[in-house]
Design a binder for this molecule. Structure first.
Ligand SMILES: Nc1ncnc2c1ncn2[C@@H]1O[C@H](COP(=O)(O)OP(=O)(O)OP(=O)(O)O)[C@@H](O)[C@H]1O
Ligand SMILES: [Mg+2]
Length: 223
């Protein structure tokens, strides 16, 4: 089995609402997949299920042969830290920390020594073109710069898969294009796979594959 991630018959209900219904999908290594669909169609819920941030009401998510539903809370957090990079539309940066400290933040529970943490964070900031903003707090960064800090943070543990919920939604088209170019570079150079939720046809057109959702269902379902 060569897939990086496989979701089988995924279901998620919130009370009477079926957010995701019988979704089957796979993600290959070094592949960029876009998820498209109208507001409320279940895209974010699907991302949360793939990241183990929500547990499915039915079905399973298998990452590199491991069923993540079989992990307890602590093991799941470690699995996520080591394998998944998360990028949200709202950047979720910590306002009291500098750009460098935000990027290094996921390393704290891993007990990485301070000097090593700072060095790795600095490398990631350089990778997103922000070496000269390392000491800035988020309030002293532009929206695009904050998004790039969030991307650097998502990269800090060399994840195999990055899940990005509208990563370019708040950005001007030029900054958005820079970020997509960065994703393509990471795919080509580091073999990182991406799932990108987007409403933007131009963003989706840069993906290797598009998954379409409607009313909680994947309309181009694989099984
Ligand atoms: N925690 C929750 N409790 C109850 N209902 C929820 C919850 N999260 C999502 N839903 C419902 O599930 C459906 C899918 O929501 P989801 O956030 O996945 O949509 P989406 O495709 O990401 O939409 P958007 O494009 O607006 O971000 C919606 O009808 C939503 O109201
Ligand atoms: Mg959403």
């Amino acid at each position: 089995m060569s897939e990086l991630l496989q979701a089988e018959s995924l279901n998620k209900t919130f009370g009477a609402v079926t957010a995701v219904h019988n979704a089957n999908l796979h993600i290959n290594p070094a592949e960029i997949v876009a998820i498209m669909g109208r507001s409320g169609s279940g895209k974010t819920t699907t991302m949360h299920l793939l990241a183990g941030l929500e547990s499915p009401s039915g079905g399973r998510v298998v990452y590199r042969g491991q069923n993540i539903a079989g992990l307890d809370e602590d093991a799941l957090a470690v699995w996520r830290r080591d394998n998944i990079g998360l990028i949200f539309q709202a950047f979720h940066l910590i306002p009291t920390l500098s750009a460098l400290e935000n990027v290094a933040f996921p390393l704290y529970p891993a007990r990485v020594p301070v000097a090593k943490r700072r060095q790795r964070a600095a490398e990631r900031l350089a990778q997103v073109g922000l070496a000269d903003r390392a000491d800035h707090r988020p309030s002293r960064l532009s929206g695009g710069e904050q998004q790039r800090v969030a991307i650097a943070r998502a990269l800090i543990n060399n994840p195999g898969l990055i899940l990005a919920d509208e990563p370019t939604g708040n950005l001007d088209s030029e900054t958005g294009a820079d970020i997509l170019a960065l994703f393509h570079r990471l795919r080509d150079e580091a073999g990182v796979a991406f799932v990108i939720v987007t409403h933007d046809d131009e963003v989706a057109a840069t993906a290797d594959r598009i998954i379409r959702m409607k009313d909680g269902e994947i309309t181009n379902n694989e099984l």
